[in-house]
Design a protein around this ligand. Structure first.
Ligand SMILES: Cc1ncc(COP(=O)(O)O)c(C=O)c1O
Length: 470
């Protein structure tokens, strides 16, 4: 093959070096079979002269392709194509473009999605810049969390929750799910399949995570205010731990009276049951002040407080914390250390800066106002409907709506989705109890306009479109 027949055109104005252009075009020619093995390529001197480039350009391109195995050098015998036709890459076929379905925007009222994240705020960005400017860290972050973030969390709990917490008792986690895995791993050092009692209805993710981590999950039917201590005497066998949401029963929304909490603690102390208090959204109270955390009540029982930044900031962060005490605290710290699963160091630094500079407090105050406003919108749309029963509006970022008997919540959710509104039936939260007919409506993330539109759609469907039972 004459040099001039080589399919090579070099562009001197291109930013791509000439040697790279040459190598790319020769490689393509070999793969497409235009230049086949054992074809001899022209000498570097000859090809350089033909192409009007320096010899070094051709030498570099040949070396590149020899290194990749497309060419082989034979000394004075020249340079040959080394790739046989039968091992050439199959012709590249362009995959058919997936037919683009016109995607209908969905207003997502799934609970657990907070208001706008603070990610675009100046103080959030300043915090990240400060974290990134810290001198290079070349070690693993500390297993239990950085000293600064643990102290910042203790400070946050003091102001936001009135809790006196020692920074030494804080373990930084990647959120509640991570915390639950850690707890089960720690409990398994004492018993191979620890029993964990959970509320029914309750947080389905917690049930799943506990079981996947190796716990035996027992459920206890609870009222909207959580479990009653008298029920505990009937629980057999006695569990190793009990997971509760006393500040805001998830999802029904009540709060566990102090008397019940004290009785629960007494039972836990007597039977050496570890109390796991999931304090997932206490920052957002709309009417009444939150009760003090169960972890702060006087008791011999061991209580672990589980906190998360998923609702105060965003689930995207994957960051939360545990507040631990006593022998269980020691066990959890040892287990965390042995697992070597610290939370990302840069994230911890940025979050510590953000909390220390007051960014978290400002963001929470802003979010609280937004939620209060959206809660008012929800009441405005739904409270005057005698057929609907509204609950769980004391705090947080979701509400529970019980539906009139003939409307089936699951059918309603399915039909609502075809009308561009995603809602979650209450049934999803029940493990064994017969579920109530209702919806859990998250109002954290949608805008006022989206929320109003979504609620109007739901009401219209209840009135006209949804198949009624029976
Ligand atoms: C009851 C409950 N606990 C905890 C969390 C936070 O979980 P994580 O920190 O794993 O995001 C949520 C989030 O939706 C929740 O609903």
């Amino acid at each position: 093959m004459a040099v001039t027949e080589l399919p090579v055109t070099l562009d001197r104005n291109s930013a791509t070096p000439l040697a790279t252009q040459l190598a790319t075009q020769l490689r393509r020619a070999i793969l497409e079979g235009t230049v086949e093995a054992p074809h001899h390529l022209p000498s570097s001197r000859r090809l350089a002269a033909e192409l009007g480039v320096s010899r070094g350009v051709v030498v570099r391109a040949y070396e590149q392709l020899t290194g990749e195995g497309y060419l082989e050098g034979h000394g004075a015998g020249g340079t040959r194509v080394a790739v046989r036709a039968d091992v050439r890459a199959p012709a590249r076929t362009v995959p058919p473009r997936p037919r683009e379905e016109p995607s209908r925007p969905v207003i997502d009222l799934t609970p657990g999605r907070p208001s706008d994240t603070p990610f675009a705020d100046r103080s959030w960005r300043t915090a990240w810049r400060a974290a990134l400017a810290e001198p290079g860290h070349v070690d693993l972050p500390p297993a239990l969390g950085t000293t600064r973030l643990r102290a910042a969390i203790a400070g946050h709990l003091a102001t936001a929750r009135g809790l006196a917490v020692d920074a030494e008792d804080v373990i930084v986690t990647a959120g509640t799910s991570d915390a639950l895995q850690l707890i089960v791993t720690a409990l398994r050092t004492r018993s191979p399949a620890p029993r964990v009692l959970v509320e029914d209805p309750g947080y389905p993710t917690a049930r799943r995570v506990l079981a996947t981590a190796g716990a035996r999950v027992q459920t206890l039917p609870v009222s909207p205010d959580g479990l009653r201590a008298t029920q505990l005497t009937t629980v057999a066998p006695v569990p190793d731990a009990v997971l509760i949401t006393p500040s805001h029963q998830y999802p029904l929304g009540g709060r566990m009276p102090v008397q019940e909490r004290l009785a629960l603690l007494e039972w836990a102390a007597e039977h050496r049951v570890l109390v796991l208090e999931d304090d997932y959204d206490s920052e957002f109270r709309h009417r009444r002040m939150p009760l003090p955390a169960t972890a702060s009540l006087p008791s011999q029982a061991e209580v672990v407080l589980l906190g998360s930044f998923s609702k105060t900031l965003s689930p995207w962060l994957r960051c939360g914390y545990l507040v631990v005490r006593g022998a269980s605290g020691q066990l959890l710290k040892e287990t965390r250390t042995n697992l070597v699963t610290p939370v990302c160091g840069v994230l911890q630094s940025a979050l510590a800066h953000y909390i220390d500079d007051g960014g978290l407090a400002r963001h929470t105050a802003r979010a609280r106002r937004a939620y209060a406003h959206r809660r008012a919108l929800l009441l405005d749309r739904l409270a005057n409907r005698p057929d609907l029963e509204l609950n769980a509006l004391e705090g947080g970022l979701h509400a529970v709506v019980r539906l009139p008997a003939p409307v089936d919540a699951e059918d309603l959710a399915a039909v609502a989705l075809t009308h561009g509104v995603r809602i979650v039936p209450l049934a999803l939260y029940y493990a064994h109890q017969p579920p109530e007919n209702g919806l859990v409506i998250g109002y954290g993330a949608p805008s006022d306009l989206q929320l109003t539109h979504a609620l109007d759609t739901i009401l219209q469907l209840i009135d006209t479109r949804v198949p009624h039972r029976g």
